[in-house]
Design a protein around this ligand. Structure first.
Ligand code: ZN
Length: 394
């Protein structure tokens, strides 16, 4: 049933590992047992799904290692994967209505002589019995995602790959950005980026780099180059600009487009590009000539990913009870977002011209909530994006 390959010595900080050689998955016409040896106990959840009958085991967080399985009397197929947020999923396609009777960890006591083991026992039931406890599939997908649920699905890697997030604190050095009450946008954004970097690292599953980690001027091109050098999966440029009275308040996310979505987007795009000019930067930009050619091609694929990123972050900000702009997803000609192959957003966390936003930006509790919202939004996006990857490649 279960063939163990030579275990590759590969360890991921924070994740538990499955010891393939010490694990067993067996089945007969009456019973299925899943017995996993793990390097440490982890939270898990188990669901039954109908038509066809499947068992879904999610673990947080696990590297499946060399675990393998072949079909048997109770098991038609078995798929394993790890989402970018670290949740690992096993889907067993059952040959009939096998129903979970027992599940639990053993060997978890401190000083236990044996490794922690997660054991599941499923017994053959009637179709009615199985159907009665099975989840509604649509609701399951809405809550837990659909990766791996269907035969042929193999969207996820078997080991958690960290998502590389590049944070770009706006402005810096000779360009302070907006200024209010003696505060500079460049300083606020550097402090926010450092806090967000720590929050992402604490959450696990992320590698984080900053385009600048000091009060220095950087051209917009240099910021994109820094993102590329770090191997960015996602690029977030962080801002809190000031705009004329009354036209902007609340968090707003901007993606790249030729036409500005509204007046504030047009002002912001023009203003951020002008900082390069004022600093006397050489705008020859040989790289951009190439990028422009590639852009239309790469963006066909990248734009839906970027839109999904914006939507994931917006719903998470909303879920965390934070105030959004009345039209939270806008677009404009922001040069810093021009990397054609990296989902990139410019986030106005708030506007320094709005008194409430300015107070929020200085409030450690508000910042911690916003950082938690962005962490969760990135996790949600990573999972959804991985699930869509096989469709993109077609
Ligand atoms: Zn700015």
């Amino acid at each position: 049933m279960l063939a163990a390959l030579p275990a590759a010595a590969q360890s991921l900080g924070g994740s538990a590992r499955v010891d393939a050689e010490a694990s067993r998955i067996t089945s007969d016409r009456q019973m299925i047992t899943v017995d996993l040896a793990l390097s440490q106990p982890v939270p898990y959840r188990i669901r039954h799904l109908p038509s066809p009958p499947r068992l879904v085991l999610d673990l947080n967080t696990v590297d499946w290692g060399a675990l393998q399985a072949a079909p048997g009397p109770g098991i038609r197929d078995l798929r394993l994967g790890v989402a970018a947020n670290g949740w690992a999923r096993m889907v067993i396609d059952l040959t009939g209505p096998y129903r979970l009777r027992e599940a639990g960890f053993s060997g978890t006591d401190p000083g236990s002589a044996t490794a922690p083991r997660l054991s599941l026992r499923l017994e053959r039931d009637t179709l009615e019995g199985f159907t009665a406890i099975a989840q509604d599939e649509d609701r399951f997908i809405a809550s837990y995602g659909d990766a791996l649920l269907h035969p042929g699905a193999s969207a996820l890697p078997r080991s958690a790959q960290p998502l590389v997030v590049v944070l770009d604190p706006g402005h810096g050095g000779a360009d302070p950005g907006a200024e209010r009450d003696g505060l500079r946008e460049s300083d606020l954004m550097l402090a926010f980026a450092r806090e967000l970097r720590d929050a992402l690292r604490r959450a696990g599953g992320f590698e984080v780099a900053l385009t600048r980690d000091a009060d220095v001027f950087m051209t917009l091109d240099a910021r994109i180059r820094a993102a590329r050098a770090a191997g960015a999966d996602v690029f977030l440029s962080l801002h809190a600009d000031a705009l004329p009275d009354g036209i902007a308040s609340g968090s707003t996310l901007y993606s790249l487009s030729e036409e500005a979505s509204d007046q504030s987007a047009a002002i912001l795009a023009e203003r951020h590009d002008r900082a390069d000019l004022l600093a006397g930067v050489d705008l020859t930009r040989a790289e951009d000539a190439i990028a422009d050619v590639l852009m239309s091609i790469a963006q066909v694929e990248n734009r839906p990913r970027t839109d999904l990123l914006a939507e994931s972050l917006i719903s998470s900000i909303d879920d965390h009870g934070l105030r959004l702009h009345s039209r939270p997803h806008q677009s404009g000609g922001f040069s810093v977002l021009r990397a054609p192959d990296i989902p990139s957003l410019l986030i106005e966390l708030g506007f320094m011209s709005n008194p409430r936003d300015l107070a929020n930006l200085q409030d450690p509790d508000w910042r911690a909530r916003m950082q938690a919202a962005l962490v969760r939004g990135l996790q949600d996006w990573a999972e959804a994006d991985a699930a869509l990857a096989p469709l993109r490649r077609r």
